[in-house]
Write a protein that binds this ligand. Structure first.
Ligand SMILES: NC(=O)C1=CN([C@@H]2O[C@H](COP(=O)(O)OP(=O)(O)OC[C@H]3O[C@@H](n4cnc5c(N)ncnc54)[C@H](OP(=O)(O)O)[C@@H]3O)[C@@H](O)[C@H]2O)[C@@H](O)CC1
Ligand SMILES: [K+]
Length: 497
């Protein structure tokens, strides 16, 4: 499991190191350690991209703080390895003096932004514009310089964080660096897990920081192998009931496919039993004859968990069904149309005495929150969960996206499957079916639903990867049906990871 920390915690952990270095008369000792890590990973990127390091050209984009200092010291190291190094000072009046001296001493070129920089395109750019103290988008002249270099296809190594990405919120501002590699120090920052697609490959350099624990603002990323180990499979004493019965209320005349995708995903996720309530029994049974169908919520037998919403409609009957399902007092996944019902009739959640898992995509989350704060996705999620919990609703929310977040009011989990293949119609119906089956299995007992939600998101992302890669090569677009069919292979891959 990876842990990513807020800036305040990082600064507090770094402080004793920096103070010890200063007391020993070498105030930049920690910074040079960090910089040698940046140089090491930049050299590795140059070798991968160009086959060598000697004679390659490196541009440093140097901002006004210590992030720029890191870049300058790393440039001095790379100069020592035979690179041509040019530092572009974005604010020549405010630059880390000793680091600049080190670069000059090593034979690096220095220019102010916009004046007489080397006209040839560098082999790599080291982004030392801004790090932990960054806020808002890249300012000029950095924004125009970064855009021109990115347009020319030059790879970027970000020092600590890609500039233009907020360290705590992970907000990616319009003007920002998209890094191929991000080199950070001692421990991950929240943005590394909240904005992972913008960070590229993240390398953590050991600067002597002590191990950091968790606190409410720590973001966690699950290890796929851990999910695989926890995945429920039948044991010697199991029967269909002990593995959990999940009931699915999904589908309508307008959206019959949602019933098939959701119920079939629940069947594929565990070896328990799946009940189905809705108008799509014929279609569900055609694909999955093992599903037990019921004419109404009232007539459905016992289930350890429920899923309600995919394609299930938003009328008064749908709201009444949600109410009836929540009144059964079992862990319940509320997805798709059920979220629209909740947005229109928030009072319906009052019937929830057992844990509920809401699984909105961005648009549904906007509906639930009445237009969220777009500058802080994880913060908006935490506030929404806290608000539900303050109202006595035992809610966990899974916010879908390329980076899916799960928050139970105490912990934020981040899942990035490494690609966006899962962004396809009907893919959410598969996810809620898997989550429901895991909840029914008992992973949701004791009021905890975050872990089954996390496990479902990991398996879902893996299934998308497997499905897209089925043709080999670079992969090919998939539909939700392909994702569904890849679930067994994905679960098997996780269990073997
Ligand atoms: N000390 C050490 O030993 C170690 C330090 N470490 C390194 O230090 C880094 C933190 O350094 P730092 O605290 O000096 O701040 P840093 O992020 O460089 O920002 C500088 C100034 O930039 C400005 N600014 C803000 N937003 C901006 C924007 N969007 N675009 C442009 N400019 C913007 C803002 O100033 P303003 O102009 O707003 O007054 C801000 O004060 C950390 O990330 C790591 O790399 C590591 O080496 C470990 C050892
Ligand atoms: K940076």
């Amino acid at each position: 499991m990876l842990r990513a920390h807020p800036v305040e915690a990082i600064r507090a952990a770094e402080r004793p190191l920096i103070e010890a270095a200063a007391a020993a008369g070498d105030p930049d000792a920690v910074m040079r350690r960090a910089a040698s890590g940046v140089a090491h990973h930049t050299a590795a990127l140059l070798r991968r991209r160009t086959g060598g390091v000697y004679g390659r050209s490196v541009m440093l984009l140097v901002g006004s703080g210590d992030n720029g200092g890191d870049a300058l010291y790393s440039g001095a190291v790379l100069r020592g390895r035979g690179c041509r190094v040019e530092a572009v000072l974005l604010d020549p009046e405010r630059v880390h003096g000793r680091a600049l001296q080190a670069l000059r001493g090593a034979g690096g070129r220095v220019a102010a932004a916009g004046t007489g920089t080397d006209s040839s395109t560098p082999d790599v750019v080291i982004d030392g514009v801004v790090g932990l103290a960054g806020s808002g988008p890249l300012r000029e002249p950095a924004a125009a310089t970064v855009a021109a270099l990115a347009g020319a296809g030059v790879p970027f190594v970000a020092v600590d964080l890609p500039s233009g990405v907020d360290a705590d919120t992970g907000t990616v501002h319009e003007a920002h660096v998209r890094a191929d590699v991000t080199v950070t120090f001692g421990a991950l920052r929240r943005a590394h897990l909240l904005a992972s697609p913008t960070c590229g490959r993240v390398e953590v350099v050991d600067i002597g920081l002590a191990d950091m624990g968790s606190e409410p603002l720590t973001v966690l990323r699950p290890d796929p192998a851990e999910v695989g180990r926890a995945w429920p499979v039948p044991g010697p004493d199991d029967d269909k009931y002990t593995q959990g019965v999940v009931a699915v209320r999904a589908g309508s005349a307008r959206f019959p496919g949602a019933a098939v995708l959701c119920a079939s995903a629940a069947v594929a996720a565990t070896s328990g039993m799946v009940r189905y309530v809705g108008s799509g029994s014929t279609d569900v049974l055609a694909g999955r004859p093992e599903v037990v169908c019921h004419p109404s919520v009232a007539e459905a037998g016992t289930a350890q968990a429920w899923v309600v919403g995919p394609g299930a409609g938003t009328g008064t009957e749908a709201v009444a069904d949600i109410d009836a399902i929540l009144a059964r007092g079992r862990p319940t996944v509320l997805d798709a149309d059920a979220l629209t019902c909740v947005a229109g009739h928030p009072v319906v959640l009052r019937s929830a005495s057992a844990p509920v898992l809401l699984t909105p995509h961005a648009g549904e989350f906007d509906r639930l929150t009445g237009g969220r704060d777009r500058t802080d996705r994880s913060g908006a999620l935490r506030r929404y969960v806290a608000d539900l919990r303050d109202r006595g609703i035992p809610a966990t929310v899974l916010l879908k996206g390329r980076v899916t977040l799960v928050d139970d009011g105490e912990t934020t989990w981040s899942i990035d499957p490494g690609s966006s293949w899962a962004a396809t119609a009907g893919s959410g119906d598969v996810l809620s079916g898997v989550a429901g089956a895991l909840l029914a299995n008992g992973l949701g007992c004791g009021g905890e639903v975050a872990w089954p939600a996390v496990a479902a998101a990991v398996a879902h992302g893996e299934a998308a990867r497997v499905a897209a890669g089925r043709t080999g090569g670079a992969g090919a677009p998939i539909g939700a049906g392909d994702l569904l069919r890849a679930l067994p292979s994905a679960i098997s891959a996780l269990r073997g990871a």
